[in-house]
Design a protein around this ligand. Structure first.
Ligand SMILES: [Zn+2]
Length: 274
């Protein structure tokens, strides 16, 4: 018996960390004055997002986009286009700064400024993914104080669950199903090479199949500036086709969190290898 809606074998979310220029400024504040470096991030809203939205529309699925407030202020039309296409927009910091490098007052200001920037564009924000996938001792308190409903930051499960200390659903992520560890390239080091889409599909599809086998939730995390490149857009289409072919419930993080809240605790159940 499936634990997911409509008899689906497992659940999957197609998610994007919008990132754009802020991720490069977060890497090194001096990049704020480096138009060449920033243009790598600008590719996301300028080229990647419209091409990704086309693919999602053709596939008939809704995705979740995690957006920094400052990126939303810089690219309001791009964020509006995501909202108007029916996708989820959620919080990814105001700047792309790890909460652990902020003081308590600063962390609150980042959360509130980011929320305001996204809500001013019409986003109904209920989720938070930290720019560094990391918390401080205050983060979960701040999220519940601001009536957020879920976090997507921890790597400790393959099913969503209710936090033991806070009224928040955790929808776990993983490095293995993130595009950045495989594709991220910055010319400050030439030691990390760029992987082919075939290599990454060889990593991703068996992991997705493994999660399916346990009836879990596959969180695929991408970045418009990375997966928005032409070869990887074809890979995105292939991943979505695979999710459909293997009977995934493809839902936004918000939908998955709502489902887990109403139907949890969800379990891992091993079924026969196909
Ligand atoms: Zn990010």
């Amino acid at each position: 018996m499936s634990q997911w809606p409509d008899g689906h074998l497992y659940a999957a979310t197609v998610s994007f960390d919008f990132d754009a220029e802020e991720v490069w400024i977060g890497e090194n504040p001096a990049n704020a004055n480096a138009p060449g470096v920033l243009s790598q991030g600008a590719y996301g809203p300028k080229v990647g997002v419209p091409l990704i939205l086309d693919i999602l529309e053709d596939a008939g699925i809704a995705a979740s986009f995690y957006v920094c407030g400052k990126d939303a202020l810089r690219h309001p039309e791009s964020v509006r286009s995501i909202i108007e296409a029916g996708h989820e927009v959620a919080h990814h910091g105001h700047s792309h700064t790890s909460p652990t490098s902020l003081g308590p007052g600063e962390e609150r200001a980042e959360l509130e400024d980011g929320l305001r920037a996204l809500r001013d564009l019409g986003a109904d924000v209920v989720g938070y993914r930290s720019p560094s996938w990391e918390f401080t001792d205050d983060t979960l308190d701040l999220l519940t104080e601001h009536c957020l409903e879920y976090s997507s930051n921890l790597l400790d499960n393959i099913v969503p669950y209710l936090h033991s200390t806070h009224d928040l659903i955790e929808v776990p992520i993983s490095w293995i199903l993130d595009d950045a560890p495989h594709f991220w390239f910055a010319n400050d080091t030439w030691e990390k090479t760029i992987r082919s889409t075939r290599e990454v599909l060889d990593v991703w599809l068996p992991e997705i199949d493994g999660i399916a086998r346990y009836g879990g939730h596959a969180m695929v995390t991408m970045h418009p500036m990375i997966t928005g490149r032409p070869s990887r857009l074809a890979m995105l289409e292939e991943v979505i086709e695979h999710l459909k072919r293997t009977n995934a419930w493809i839902a936004t993080t918000r939908e998955v969190a709502d489902y887990a809240r109403a139907n949890g605790p969800l379990e891992l159940r091993r079924t026969a290898r196909s």
